[in-house]
Design a protein around this ligand. Structure first.
Ligand SMILES: O=C(O)COP(=O)(O)O
Ligand SMILES: [Mg+2]
Length: 226
């Protein structure tokens, strides 16, 4: 066994296209005897439920690295980065009809329904908020700090777990997984992943969504990598 832990995205990676949980992926993750860290752009309470129900509780990177816990009842570590995201949102909302998602729960970023022109929004924002970026995960649009991502989240989590980031296999599907896959020792992109993620991955599954995760874990096990 080469890698000591696995860090895995949620939407598009352990789900089907419609965000329903892939039961096959959940069963596969639950069967592993190495720690499994959930890493998602979703809010912490959502991620905690995912981790608990999948059965991999509870080292969690939520809000794209902005919020981290290393135990279900432990106090979250919350990055202080929301203010600039709020300022950018206020600035944009005078020009775009935007619908906030989960705003009552989010601590570190602003998330919006994917129903406006993101390219235009990036143009309008220009260089006004140099520490803020807008990303599209195909599930939602995030106005987030450039200072945090799932890669910085993995660095912190590895430290909390007494591991190196290179001890991890990372599995993901989208732009918000890029830094995490770059940081990990072994990177997996599922079949539905964006091309730029597939380009940097060590393994690209033929199957998509949750079935891609099952295929990748089968490969890692049969190659004695985990
Ligand atoms: O929050 C999103 O937009 C996508 O969530 P994910 O990181 O679990 O894929
Ligand atoms: Mg995803």
């Amino acid at each position: 066994m080469k890698y000591k832990a696995l860090v895995i995205d949620v939407d598009g990676t352990i789900t089907h296209i419609d965000r329903k949980l892939s039961l096959a992926a959940a069963a596969k993750l639950r069967s592993l005897d190495i720690p499994v860290v959930i890493a998602t752009g979703n809010v912490l309470c959502y991620a905690k439920a995912v981790a608990k129900l999948v059965g991999v509780c509870c080292n969690i990177i939520a809000e794209n690295g902005g919020v981290i816990i290393d135990g279900f009842d432990n106090e979250p570590i919350v990055s202080d980065v929301i203010h600039e995201c709020e300022d950018a949102y206020e600035f944009l909302s005078s020009e775009f009809e935007m619908e906030k998602l989960d705003s009552g729960y989010r601590k570190t970023e602003i998330v919006l329904r994917n129903n406006f022109d993101i390219e235009k929004a990036r143009e309008v924002l220009g260089t006004r908020f140099p520490n803020v970026e807008i990303i599209d995960t195909h599930f939602a649009i995030h106005i987030k700090s450039k200072k945090i991502n799932k890669g910085t989240g993995l660095l912190k989590m590895a430290e909390l777990m007494g591991l190196e980031t290179t001890d991890f296999v990372a599995i993901g599907d989208s732009v918000n997984d890029l830094e995490m896959l770059q940081e990990a020792g072994f990177a997996v992109a599922v079949g539905n992943a964006d091309d730029f993620l597939k380009d940097i991955a060590d393994y690209v599954s033929k199957a998509s969504y949750g079935n891609g995760t099952v295929e990748a874990i089968d490969y890692l096990q049969s190659s004695s990598l985990i």
